[in-house]
Design a protein. Structure first.
Length: 288
């Protein structure tokens, strides 16, 4: 593995760490700050962080996809809200395991909407992924878990839809443009629902919300640069580092112990993602 790939993998590990911290912050705010308010403040603080960079380089705002940027921002907000609800009502490790199904939904969406031809290895990977989901959901588990994990599945599905919309956009807009417009569009979209349920956070809550915005921006930056330095088939599986980090933090901060079904289901989902990565690499080698 060359230095560039190693750096890309390192950035993805950093993104996984940021994601684990974010889930803990969301759980810490559960019951005191409405998810709509969390969505708004996350976007606002994230925009404030990158605003100096946008001002220094106003040319990155040139884009041919103004409507799609707004649509993507709305879907991003919806996915965040779904995961916020999931993290506040279900065990952190379970939600994280379910969140890893996004690439599976992306693959299915690419078959349906982008005309990609289903390959045998990817079909097997999709089936494996759904088996993993069923293991994590484990019928018969304690009451209240299923509703939270339903929101996790919704969040994963919305994330996949965002990736499908983003795929043709990334061919014309730079990564910097996509990040900047995502935050710019999300703030006003998130402001309206937040205003409907607004109660002023306490100082401690403001500090946590601000930290959440920093963590979110950090994760986005790490992921963006990771894809620049390394192939997607190499770095996407690295995101699974997030699961043991989340499980450890969930145990330390909230005394949550992930059951064996979570680890088995996550392992099956991980195997599905690895198969997809191998299929993507094989397809790239076959192209002239």
């Amino acid at each position: 593995m060359d230095r560039s790939a190693v750096f890309g993998v390192s950035l993805m590990v950093g993104a996984a760490a940021f994601g684990a911290i974010d889930s803990v912050l969301v759980r810490a705010l559960a019951g005191s700050v409405h998810p709509f308010v969390m969505g708004f403040t996350r976007a606002l603080f994230g925009l404030l962080i990158v605003l100096p960079w946008i001002i220094a380089r106003p040319d990155i705002l040139r884009s041919s996809f103004r409507f799609r940027h707004a649509l993507r921002a709305g879907l991003k907000l919806a996915s965040l809200l779904a995961f916020f609800v999931a993290f506040t009502t279900a065990p952190l490790a379970d939600v994280t395991a379910i969140a890893f199904t996004s690439p599976i939904f992306v693959t299915i969406g690419a078959w349906i909407f982008l005309g990609e031809r289903p390959r045998r290895l990817r079909i097997i990977a999709v089936l494996l992924g759904f088996i993993g989901v069923l293991i994590v959901l484990s019928p018969g588990r304690q009451a209240g878990i299923s509703s939270g994990l339903a929101f996790a599945l919704l969040g994963a599905l919305l994330t996949a839809l965002i990736q499908l919309i983003l795929k043709p956009m990334s061919g014309r807009d730079s990564t910097e443009t996509l990040v900047a417009w995502n935050l710019i569009a999300m703030v006003p979209i998130a402001a309206l629902p937040a205003a409907m349920v607004w109660t002023t956070p306490t100082l401690t809550e403001w500090l946590i919300l601000a930290l959440q915005g920093v963590v979110g921006a950090g994760a986005m930056g790490c992921i963006t640069r990771a894809f620049y330095f390394a192939e997607a088939s190499l770095i996407v599986p690295v995101d699974f580092v997030r699961l043991p980090l989340v499980a450890a933090m969930g145990y330390f901060f909230f005394a949550q112990v992930a059951p064996i079904t979570t680890w088995i289901g996550a392992a099956v989902i991980f195997a599905a993602i690895v198969l997809m990565a191998r299929s993507a690499r094989a397809a790239a080698r076959m192209q002239p």
